[in-house]
Design a protein around this ligand. Structure first.
Ligand code: MV4
Length: 492
Protein backbone atom coordinates (compact mmCIF):
# COMPACT_ATOMS: atom_id res chain seq x y z
CA UNK A 1 0.00 0.00 0.00
CA UNK A 2 1.67 3.15 -1.22
CA UNK A 3 -1.29 5.48 -1.56
CA UNK A 4 -4.18 5.72 0.89
CA UNK A 5 -7.39 7.67 0.46
CA UNK A 6 -9.10 8.79 3.65
CA UNK A 7 -12.87 8.76 3.13
CA UNK A 8 -13.52 11.25 5.91
CA UNK A 9 -12.99 14.82 7.04
CA UNK A 10 -11.87 16.86 10.04
CA UNK A 11 -9.70 15.65 12.87
CA UNK A 12 -9.90 11.95 12.04
CA UNK A 13 -8.89 12.48 8.42
CA UNK A 14 -5.83 14.40 9.65
CA UNK A 15 -5.12 11.83 12.34
CA UNK A 16 -5.09 8.99 9.80
CA UNK A 17 -3.00 10.93 7.27
CA UNK A 18 -0.36 11.76 9.91
CA UNK A 19 0.32 8.06 10.45
CA UNK A 20 0.36 7.45 6.69
CA UNK A 21 2.94 10.20 6.24
CA UNK A 22 5.11 8.73 9.00
CA UNK A 23 4.97 5.38 7.22
CA UNK A 24 5.96 6.91 3.89
CA UNK A 25 2.52 6.35 2.38
CA UNK A 26 1.10 9.13 0.20
CA UNK A 27 -2.29 10.50 1.15
CA UNK A 28 -5.45 11.45 -0.68
CA UNK A 29 -8.14 13.62 0.89
CA UNK A 30 -11.72 13.89 -0.25
CA UNK A 31 -13.70 17.02 0.48
CA UNK A 32 -17.07 18.63 0.03
CA UNK A 33 -17.54 22.21 -1.15
CA UNK A 34 -17.83 23.27 2.49
CA UNK A 35 -14.38 21.86 3.27
CA UNK A 36 -12.48 23.32 0.31
CA UNK A 37 -9.95 25.05 2.60
CA UNK A 38 -10.07 22.62 5.51
CA UNK A 39 -6.80 21.49 7.14
CA UNK A 40 -7.27 17.87 6.08
CA UNK A 41 -7.31 19.00 2.46
CA UNK A 42 -4.16 21.09 2.85
CA UNK A 43 -2.34 18.28 4.64
CA UNK A 44 -2.98 15.62 1.99
CA UNK A 45 -0.68 15.02 -0.97
CA UNK A 46 -3.71 15.03 -3.27
CA UNK A 47 -7.31 16.08 -2.74
CA UNK A 48 -10.52 15.35 -4.61
CA UNK A 49 -13.71 17.34 -4.47
CA UNK A 50 -16.60 14.94 -4.15
CA UNK A 51 -19.64 17.20 -4.09
CA UNK A 52 -21.83 19.71 -2.30
CA UNK A 53 -21.76 20.21 1.49
CA UNK A 54 -24.46 17.76 2.68
CA UNK A 55 -22.88 14.41 3.65
CA UNK A 56 -25.48 12.56 1.60
CA UNK A 57 -24.11 14.33 -1.48
CA UNK A 58 -20.42 14.00 -0.62
CA UNK A 59 -18.84 12.01 2.24
CA UNK A 60 -21.48 9.28 2.02
CA UNK A 61 -21.11 8.70 -1.71
CA UNK A 62 -19.18 5.44 -1.57
CA UNK A 63 -19.37 4.67 -5.28
CA UNK A 64 -18.17 8.12 -6.24
CA UNK A 65 -15.25 7.91 -3.83
CA UNK A 66 -14.23 4.49 -5.15
CA UNK A 67 -14.45 5.71 -8.73
CA UNK A 68 -12.21 8.72 -8.02
CA UNK A 69 -9.77 6.59 -6.03
CA UNK A 70 -9.31 4.15 -8.90
CA UNK A 71 -8.58 6.99 -11.32
CA UNK A 72 -5.53 8.09 -9.36
CA UNK A 73 -4.12 4.72 -8.35
CA UNK A 74 -5.19 4.53 -4.71
CA UNK A 75 -4.31 1.19 -3.05
CA UNK A 76 -6.22 1.46 0.20
CA UNK A 77 -9.18 3.32 1.68
CA UNK A 78 -9.39 4.26 5.35
CA UNK A 79 -12.96 5.17 6.36
CA UNK A 80 -12.26 6.85 9.73
CA UNK A 81 -15.34 6.80 11.96
CA UNK A 82 -18.93 7.70 11.08
CA UNK A 83 -19.85 8.15 7.39
CA UNK A 84 -18.98 4.92 5.51
CA UNK A 85 -16.97 3.29 8.28
CA UNK A 86 -19.55 0.65 9.22
CA UNK A 87 -21.12 0.20 5.83
CA UNK A 88 -20.58 -3.44 4.87
CA UNK A 89 -21.50 -2.91 1.25
CA UNK A 90 -18.95 -0.09 0.91
CA UNK A 91 -16.25 -2.29 2.43
CA UNK A 92 -17.16 -5.01 -0.04
CA UNK A 93 -17.12 -2.69 -3.04
CA UNK A 94 -13.71 -1.34 -2.08
CA UNK A 95 -12.32 -4.88 -1.99
CA UNK A 96 -14.11 -5.92 -5.17
CA UNK A 97 -12.58 -2.99 -6.99
CA UNK A 98 -9.12 -4.30 -6.14
CA UNK A 99 -8.25 -1.86 -3.35
CA UNK A 100 -7.80 -2.64 0.34
CA UNK A 101 -10.47 -1.61 2.82
CA UNK A 102 -8.58 -0.66 5.99
CA UNK A 103 -10.99 -2.29 8.40
CA UNK A 104 -12.76 -5.56 9.08
CA UNK A 105 -14.50 -7.81 6.56
CA UNK A 106 -18.04 -7.00 5.35
CA UNK A 107 -19.17 -10.11 7.24
CA UNK A 108 -17.89 -8.81 10.61
CA UNK A 109 -19.43 -5.38 9.99
CA UNK A 110 -22.76 -6.96 9.13
CA UNK A 111 -22.91 -9.38 12.06
CA UNK A 112 -21.92 -6.76 14.65
CA UNK A 113 -24.23 -4.17 13.09
CA UNK A 114 -27.18 -6.23 14.22
CA UNK A 115 -27.32 -6.74 17.98
CA UNK A 116 -29.29 -9.97 17.72
CA UNK A 117 -26.94 -11.38 15.10
CA UNK A 118 -24.06 -10.38 17.40
CA UNK A 119 -25.63 -12.22 20.36
CA UNK A 120 -26.13 -15.24 18.15
CA UNK A 121 -22.52 -15.14 16.93
CA UNK A 122 -20.98 -15.09 20.43
CA UNK A 123 -23.23 -17.85 21.82
CA UNK A 124 -20.57 -20.54 21.95
CA UNK A 125 -18.10 -18.40 23.91
CA UNK A 126 -19.41 -18.08 27.46
CA UNK A 127 -19.53 -14.30 27.33
CA UNK A 128 -21.63 -12.65 30.07
CA UNK A 129 -24.81 -11.14 28.65
CA UNK A 130 -27.62 -9.15 30.19
CA UNK A 131 -30.55 -11.47 31.03
CA UNK A 132 -33.18 -11.28 28.31
CA UNK A 133 -34.09 -12.73 24.94
CA UNK A 134 -31.79 -13.41 22.03
CA UNK A 135 -34.40 -13.20 19.30
CA UNK A 136 -36.69 -10.54 17.87
CA UNK A 137 -40.13 -10.42 19.50
CA UNK A 138 -42.73 -12.08 17.34
CA UNK A 139 -45.54 -10.39 19.19
CA UNK A 140 -45.65 -7.55 21.74
CA UNK A 141 -47.29 -9.89 24.25
CA UNK A 142 -44.10 -11.97 24.31
CA UNK A 143 -42.47 -9.11 26.20
CA UNK A 144 -44.75 -9.69 29.19
CA UNK A 145 -43.47 -13.24 29.63
CA UNK A 146 -39.83 -12.24 29.31
CA UNK A 147 -40.22 -9.36 31.75
CA UNK A 148 -41.80 -11.75 34.23
CA UNK A 149 -38.73 -13.97 33.99
CA UNK A 150 -36.01 -11.33 34.21
CA UNK A 151 -37.89 -8.89 36.46
CA UNK A 152 -38.70 -5.19 35.99
CA UNK A 153 -37.46 -2.75 34.91
CA UNK A 154 -36.75 -4.03 31.41
CA UNK A 155 -35.30 -2.32 28.37
CA UNK A 156 -36.74 -2.70 24.90
CA UNK A 157 -34.04 -2.38 22.26
CA UNK A 158 -33.92 -2.24 18.49
CA UNK A 159 -31.78 -4.95 16.88
CA UNK A 160 -30.41 -2.44 14.39
CA UNK A 161 -30.24 0.29 17.03
CA UNK A 162 -27.57 2.75 17.91
CA UNK A 163 -27.34 5.96 19.86
CA UNK A 164 -30.27 5.00 22.07
CA UNK A 165 -32.81 5.17 19.24
CA UNK A 166 -35.65 2.73 19.61
CA UNK A 167 -34.78 2.09 23.28
CA UNK A 168 -37.47 2.22 25.98
CA UNK A 169 -37.35 1.48 29.68
CA UNK A 170 -40.47 -0.23 31.03
CA UNK A 171 -41.26 -0.47 34.74
CA UNK A 172 -44.48 -2.46 34.80
CA UNK A 173 -46.60 -4.82 32.68
CA UNK A 174 -49.36 -2.25 32.16
CA UNK A 175 -47.77 -0.36 29.29
CA UNK A 176 -45.24 -2.88 28.02
CA UNK A 177 -47.07 -3.92 24.84
CA UNK A 178 -47.66 -0.29 23.97
CA UNK A 179 -43.94 0.47 24.43
CA UNK A 180 -42.88 -2.51 22.34
CA UNK A 181 -45.05 -1.22 19.49
CA UNK A 182 -43.58 2.27 19.84
CA UNK A 183 -39.98 1.03 19.95
CA UNK A 184 -40.65 -1.15 16.95
CA UNK A 185 -42.10 1.60 14.79
CA UNK A 186 -39.33 3.99 15.88
CA UNK A 187 -36.79 1.33 14.84
CA UNK A 188 -38.59 0.79 11.54
CA UNK A 189 -38.44 4.44 10.59
CA UNK A 190 -34.90 5.03 11.88
CA UNK A 191 -33.19 1.85 10.60
CA UNK A 192 -35.65 0.23 8.24
CA UNK A 193 -35.78 -2.77 10.56
CA UNK A 194 -38.60 -3.13 13.09
CA UNK A 195 -36.98 -5.99 15.08
CA UNK A 196 -36.89 -5.38 18.82
CA UNK A 197 -35.87 -7.50 21.80
CA UNK A 198 -36.05 -7.25 25.57
CA UNK A 199 -33.35 -7.21 28.25
CA UNK A 200 -33.23 -6.66 31.97
CA UNK A 201 -32.56 -2.94 32.44
CA UNK A 202 -29.29 -2.33 34.28
CA UNK A 203 -30.16 0.86 36.14
CA UNK A 204 -26.83 2.42 37.05
CA UNK A 205 -24.16 0.91 34.85
CA UNK A 206 -20.80 2.17 33.76
CA UNK A 207 -19.93 2.00 30.10
CA UNK A 208 -16.59 0.27 29.72
CA UNK A 209 -15.25 -0.76 26.35
CA UNK A 210 -12.24 -2.84 25.34
CA UNK A 211 -9.99 -2.05 22.40
CA UNK A 212 -8.97 -5.08 20.38
CA UNK A 213 -6.55 -5.67 17.51
CA UNK A 214 -6.76 -8.72 15.28
CA UNK A 215 -4.40 -9.61 12.45
CA UNK A 216 -5.08 -11.82 9.44
CA UNK A 217 -3.06 -14.67 10.98
CA UNK A 218 -5.45 -15.44 13.81
CA UNK A 219 -3.80 -13.36 16.54
CA UNK A 220 -6.27 -11.31 18.58
CA UNK A 221 -5.13 -9.04 21.41
CA UNK A 222 -6.84 -6.69 23.86
CA UNK A 223 -5.46 -3.23 24.51
CA UNK A 224 -7.30 -2.77 27.80
CA UNK A 225 -10.31 -0.62 28.51
CA UNK A 226 -11.70 2.85 28.08
CA UNK A 227 -14.15 4.22 30.60
CA UNK A 228 -16.85 6.12 28.68
CA UNK A 229 -19.60 6.60 31.25
CA UNK A 230 -19.55 10.39 31.14
CA UNK A 231 -21.93 10.98 28.27
CA UNK A 232 -24.88 13.16 27.47
CA UNK A 233 -27.77 11.80 25.44
CA UNK A 234 -25.60 8.97 24.12
CA UNK A 235 -22.86 11.37 23.10
CA UNK A 236 -19.64 10.69 24.96
CA UNK A 237 -18.08 13.75 26.55
CA UNK A 238 -15.15 12.45 28.57
CA UNK A 239 -13.29 9.18 28.18
CA UNK A 240 -10.38 7.80 30.16
CA UNK A 241 -8.07 4.83 30.32
CA UNK A 242 -7.71 2.84 32.42
CA UNK A 243 -11.05 2.72 34.27
CA UNK A 244 -10.87 3.58 37.95
CA UNK A 245 -13.01 0.55 38.88
CA UNK A 246 -11.44 -2.44 37.19
CA UNK A 247 -9.20 -4.79 39.14
CA UNK A 248 -6.38 -6.53 37.24
CA UNK A 249 -8.40 -9.78 37.41
CA UNK A 250 -11.55 -8.24 35.96
CA UNK A 251 -9.51 -6.37 33.34
CA UNK A 252 -8.06 -9.67 32.17
CA UNK A 253 -11.48 -11.37 32.13
CA UNK A 254 -13.11 -8.54 30.19
CA UNK A 255 -10.14 -8.39 27.83
CA UNK A 256 -10.44 -12.10 27.14
CA UNK A 257 -14.19 -11.79 26.62
CA UNK A 258 -13.55 -9.00 24.12
CA UNK A 259 -11.06 -11.20 22.28
CA UNK A 260 -13.70 -13.95 22.17
CA UNK A 261 -16.24 -11.54 20.68
CA UNK A 262 -13.70 -10.61 18.01
CA UNK A 263 -12.98 -14.28 17.31
CA UNK A 264 -16.71 -14.98 17.04
CA UNK A 265 -16.95 -12.83 13.93
CA UNK A 266 -13.44 -13.54 12.56
CA UNK A 267 -12.56 -9.96 13.25
CA UNK A 268 -9.63 -8.29 11.50
CA UNK A 269 -8.24 -4.86 12.36
CA UNK A 270 -8.97 -2.49 15.23
CA UNK A 271 -12.32 -2.89 16.96
CA UNK A 272 -14.06 -2.08 20.20
CA UNK A 273 -16.19 -4.32 22.35
CA UNK A 274 -18.69 -2.46 24.53
CA UNK A 275 -19.71 -3.70 27.96
CA UNK A 276 -21.97 -2.51 30.72
CA UNK A 277 -20.32 -2.78 34.12
CA UNK A 278 -22.34 -2.97 37.34
CA UNK A 279 -21.11 -3.92 40.81
CA UNK A 280 -18.22 -6.12 39.78
CA UNK A 281 -20.15 -7.75 36.92
CA UNK A 282 -19.94 -7.01 33.23
CA UNK A 283 -22.22 -7.70 30.27
CA UNK A 284 -21.49 -7.71 26.54
CA UNK A 285 -23.47 -5.04 24.70
CA UNK A 286 -22.15 -4.75 21.15
CA UNK A 287 -19.04 -4.41 19.04
CA UNK A 288 -18.06 -1.33 17.07
CA UNK A 289 -16.23 -2.33 13.93
CA UNK A 290 -14.33 0.90 13.41
CA UNK A 291 -11.59 3.05 14.88
CA UNK A 292 -13.38 5.07 17.56
CA UNK A 293 -13.27 8.77 18.37
CA UNK A 294 -11.72 8.03 21.76
CA UNK A 295 -8.95 5.71 20.49
CA UNK A 296 -6.19 8.17 21.53
CA UNK A 297 -6.54 7.42 25.27
CA UNK A 298 -5.63 3.82 24.47
CA UNK A 299 -2.67 5.02 22.40
CA UNK A 300 -1.49 7.18 25.31
CA UNK A 301 -1.46 4.33 27.85
CA UNK A 302 -0.12 1.61 25.53
CA UNK A 303 2.32 3.64 23.45
CA UNK A 304 0.88 2.18 20.25
CA UNK A 305 -0.28 3.97 17.11
CA UNK A 306 -3.60 2.29 16.29
CA UNK A 307 -3.76 3.65 12.75
CA UNK A 308 -0.31 2.25 12.01
CA UNK A 309 -1.43 -1.10 13.36
CA UNK A 310 -4.59 -0.96 11.21
CA UNK A 311 -2.52 -0.33 8.11
CA UNK A 312 0.02 -3.07 8.84
CA UNK A 313 -2.83 -5.51 9.52
CA UNK A 314 -4.49 -4.50 6.24
CA UNK A 315 -1.18 -5.22 4.51
CA UNK A 316 -1.37 -8.75 5.87
CA UNK A 317 1.50 -8.34 8.35
CA UNK A 318 1.31 -10.28 11.61
CA UNK A 319 1.05 -8.21 14.80
CA UNK A 320 4.62 -7.63 16.02
CA UNK A 321 3.82 -8.08 19.73
CA UNK A 322 1.81 -10.41 21.91
CA UNK A 323 -0.50 -10.00 24.91
CA UNK A 324 2.34 -10.36 27.41
CA UNK A 325 4.20 -7.46 25.76
CA UNK A 326 1.29 -5.10 26.42
CA UNK A 327 0.86 -3.07 29.57
CA UNK A 328 -0.74 0.06 30.90
CA UNK A 329 1.52 3.02 31.46
CA UNK A 330 0.01 5.94 33.39
CA UNK A 331 -3.43 7.39 32.79
CA UNK A 332 -5.07 9.26 29.92
CA UNK A 333 -8.16 11.45 29.71
CA UNK A 334 -9.90 12.76 26.60
CA UNK A 335 -12.37 15.60 26.60
CA UNK A 336 -14.36 16.34 23.49
CA UNK A 337 -14.51 19.99 22.55
CA UNK A 338 -17.77 20.64 20.75
CA UNK A 339 -19.04 23.92 19.32
CA UNK A 340 -22.07 23.65 21.56
CA UNK A 341 -23.33 25.94 24.30
CA UNK A 342 -23.52 24.06 27.61
CA UNK A 343 -25.36 27.02 29.14
CA UNK A 344 -28.07 26.67 26.51
CA UNK A 345 -28.95 23.00 26.44
CA UNK A 346 -25.88 22.19 24.33
CA UNK A 347 -27.31 23.92 21.30
CA UNK A 348 -24.80 23.73 18.44
CA UNK A 349 -23.11 27.12 18.13
CA UNK A 350 -22.18 28.24 14.66
CA UNK A 351 -19.60 30.87 13.90
CA UNK A 352 -15.99 31.64 13.18
CA UNK A 353 -13.10 30.53 15.37
CA UNK A 354 -11.85 34.09 15.85
CA UNK A 355 -9.33 32.94 18.45
CA UNK A 356 -8.06 29.39 18.47
CA UNK A 357 -5.00 28.72 20.62
CA UNK A 358 -3.99 25.29 21.82
CA UNK A 359 -2.88 24.38 25.32
CA UNK A 360 0.70 23.16 25.63
CA UNK A 361 2.70 21.19 28.12
CA UNK A 362 3.84 17.71 29.06
CA UNK A 363 1.40 14.95 28.21
CA UNK A 364 -0.90 17.15 26.11
CA UNK A 365 -2.12 16.04 22.68
CA UNK A 366 -4.80 17.80 20.69
CA UNK A 367 -6.40 16.06 17.71
CA UNK A 368 -8.29 18.67 15.75
CA UNK A 369 -9.27 19.53 12.22
CA UNK A 370 -9.79 23.25 12.46
CA UNK A 371 -7.68 26.36 12.64
CA UNK A 372 -7.98 29.98 13.73
CA UNK A 373 -10.16 32.07 11.45
CA UNK A 374 -12.12 29.11 10.19
CA UNK A 375 -15.89 29.06 9.97
CA UNK A 376 -17.27 25.90 11.57
CA UNK A 377 -19.34 24.15 8.89
CA UNK A 378 -22.94 23.58 9.91
CA UNK A 379 -23.30 20.41 7.88
CA UNK A 380 -21.31 18.05 10.05
CA UNK A 381 -20.65 16.96 13.60
CA UNK A 382 -19.81 20.08 15.66
CA UNK A 383 -16.72 18.56 17.28
CA UNK A 384 -13.83 21.04 17.15
CA UNK A 385 -11.18 18.96 18.83
CA UNK A 386 -10.26 16.20 21.20
CA UNK A 387 -8.04 17.27 24.06
CA UNK A 388 -6.12 14.20 25.18
CA UNK A 389 -3.96 14.36 28.28
CA UNK A 390 -1.57 11.82 29.77
CA UNK A 391 -0.34 11.74 33.37
CA UNK A 392 1.72 9.23 35.34
CA UNK A 393 -1.38 8.52 37.42
CA UNK A 394 -5.06 9.52 37.45
CA UNK A 395 -4.53 12.55 39.70
CA UNK A 396 -1.80 13.95 37.51
CA UNK A 397 -3.92 13.36 34.41
CA UNK A 398 -6.82 15.20 36.06
CA UNK A 399 -4.70 18.20 37.09
CA UNK A 400 -3.07 18.42 33.69
CA UNK A 401 -6.46 18.22 31.98
CA UNK A 402 -7.83 21.05 34.10
CA UNK A 403 -4.80 23.25 33.34
CA UNK A 404 -5.04 22.42 29.65
CA UNK A 405 -8.73 23.35 29.59
CA UNK A 406 -7.87 26.68 31.23
CA UNK A 407 -5.10 27.33 28.71
CA UNK A 408 -7.23 26.47 25.66
CA UNK A 409 -8.34 29.75 24.08
CA UNK A 410 -11.37 29.63 21.84
CA UNK A 411 -13.36 32.72 20.90
CA UNK A 412 -16.11 33.12 18.36
CA UNK A 413 -18.16 30.11 19.39
CA UNK A 414 -19.31 28.65 22.68
CA UNK A 415 -17.71 25.31 23.46
CA UNK A 416 -18.15 22.42 25.85
CA UNK A 417 -14.78 23.12 27.51
CA UNK A 418 -16.38 24.79 30.53
CA UNK A 419 -18.70 21.83 30.90
CA UNK A 420 -15.78 19.41 30.75
CA UNK A 421 -14.00 21.45 33.42
CA UNK A 422 -17.07 21.15 35.64
CA UNK A 423 -17.23 17.39 35.11
CA UNK A 424 -13.55 16.64 35.68
CA UNK A 425 -13.37 18.84 38.78
CA UNK A 426 -16.50 17.21 40.22
CA UNK A 427 -16.10 15.16 43.38
CA UNK A 428 -17.81 12.15 41.76
CA UNK A 429 -15.35 12.19 38.85
CA UNK A 430 -12.34 12.79 41.07
CA UNK A 431 -13.24 9.86 43.31
CA UNK A 432 -14.15 7.67 40.35
CA UNK A 433 -17.60 7.08 41.79
CA UNK A 434 -19.90 7.69 38.83
CA UNK A 435 -22.09 5.94 36.25
CA UNK A 436 -23.77 6.73 32.94
CA UNK A 437 -26.17 9.11 34.74
CA UNK A 438 -23.39 11.49 35.81
CA UNK A 439 -24.53 14.40 33.62
CA UNK A 440 -28.25 14.22 34.36
CA UNK A 441 -27.50 13.68 38.05
CA UNK A 442 -25.08 16.53 38.63
CA UNK A 443 -25.13 19.05 35.83
CA UNK A 444 -27.16 22.24 35.69
CA UNK A 445 -26.07 25.30 33.68
CA UNK A 446 -25.43 27.36 36.84
CA UNK A 447 -22.51 25.01 37.54
CA UNK A 448 -20.66 26.73 34.70
CA UNK A 449 -20.26 29.96 36.69
CA UNK A 450 -16.93 29.45 38.25
CA UNK A 451 -13.63 31.22 38.33
CA UNK A 452 -10.03 30.15 38.48
CA UNK A 453 -8.42 30.75 41.88
CA UNK A 454 -6.38 33.69 40.61
CA UNK A 455 -9.52 35.29 39.22
CA UNK A 456 -11.30 34.83 42.51
CA UNK A 457 -8.32 36.46 44.21
CA UNK A 458 -8.44 39.29 41.72
CA UNK A 459 -12.15 39.72 42.31
CA UNK A 460 -11.55 39.83 46.06
CA UNK A 461 -8.84 42.44 45.60
CA UNK A 462 -11.09 44.57 43.44
CA UNK A 463 -13.87 44.21 45.96
CA UNK A 464 -11.59 45.32 48.77
CA UNK A 465 -10.41 48.21 46.67
CA UNK A 466 -13.95 49.34 45.92
CA UNK A 467 -14.98 49.15 49.55
CA UNK A 468 -11.95 51.18 50.54
CA UNK A 469 -12.81 53.82 47.95
CA UNK A 470 -16.39 53.91 49.15
CA UNK A 471 -15.47 54.17 52.80
CA UNK A 472 -13.33 57.17 51.88
CA UNK A 473 -16.48 58.50 50.24
CA UNK A 474 -14.75 59.00 46.96
CA UNK A 475 -17.34 59.35 44.28
CA UNK A 476 -17.27 55.98 42.57
CA UNK A 477 -18.18 56.23 38.96
CA UNK A 478 -16.61 52.97 37.90
CA UNK A 479 -17.69 50.73 35.13
CA UNK A 480 -21.24 49.46 35.59
CA UNK A 481 -20.09 45.91 34.96
CA UNK A 482 -17.74 45.90 37.96
CA UNK A 483 -20.07 43.99 40.30
CA UNK A 484 -20.03 41.06 37.91
CA UNK A 485 -16.44 40.44 38.95
CA UNK A 486 -17.89 38.41 41.81
CA UNK A 487 -19.40 36.04 39.35
CA UNK A 488 -16.87 35.76 36.62
CA UNK A 489 -17.98 33.37 33.96
CA UNK A 490 -15.01 31.66 32.42
CA UNK A 491 -15.05 32.44 28.75
CA UNK A 492 -12.97 29.78 27.09
C1 MV4 B 1 -28.47 -0.89 28.24
C2 MV4 B 1 -28.59 -0.10 29.41
C3 MV4 B 1 -29.08 -0.70 30.55
N1 MV4 B 1 -29.46 -1.98 30.52
N2 MV4 B 1 -28.86 -2.18 28.27
C4 MV4 B 1 -27.38 2.69 25.28
C5 MV4 B 1 -26.98 2.65 23.84
C6 MV4 B 1 -26.66 1.25 23.52
N3 MV4 B 1 -25.31 1.18 23.06
C7 MV4 B 1 -26.88 0.47 24.75
N4 MV4 B 1 -27.29 1.37 25.78
C8 MV4 B 1 -27.69 0.93 27.01
N5 MV4 B 1 -28.03 -0.38 27.09
C9 MV4 B 1 -29.36 -2.70 29.39
N6 MV4 B 1 -29.77 -3.98 29.38
C10 MV4 B 1 -28.20 1.23 29.35
C11 MV4 B 1 -27.77 1.75 28.15
C12 MV4 B 1 -27.42 3.14 28.18
C13 MV4 B 1 -26.12 3.58 28.05
C14 MV4 B 1 -25.08 2.69 27.79
C15 MV4 B 1 -23.80 3.14 27.66
C16 MV4 B 1 -23.52 4.50 27.77
C17 MV4 B 1 -24.53 5.38 27.99
C18 MV4 B 1 -25.83 4.94 28.13
C19 MV4 B 1 -26.83 5.86 28.37
C20 MV4 B 1 -28.12 5.44 28.51
C21 MV4 B 1 -28.41 4.07 28.41
Amino acid sequence: MKKILVANRGEIALRVMRSCKEMGISTVAVYSDADRNAPHVKFADEAINIGPPPSSESYLLGDRIIEEALKIGVNGIHPGYGFLSENASFAEKVSDSGMTFIGPTPHAIEVMGDKLAAKEAVKGYNIPMVPGVDHALKDPSEAIEIAKEVGYPVLIKAAAGGGGKGMRVVHSPENIEEEVKRASSEAKSAFGDASVFVEKYIESPRHIEIQVLADTHGKVLYLFERECSIQRRHQKVIEEAPSAVLTPELRKKMGESAVDVARACNYVGAGTVEFLYDQGKYYFLEMNTRLQVEHPVTEMITGLDLVKEQIEIARGKPLSFSQADLGISGHAIEVRVYAEDPANNFLPDIGKLSTYQLPKGPGIRVDDGMEEGMQIPIYYDPMIAKLVVWGSDREEAIERTLSAIDDYRINGVETTLSFCRFAIDHEAFRTGNFDTHFVSKYFTPDKLNFAKPEEEELAAMMAGHLLAERSLELSYSGEPEMPSAWRIKRRI
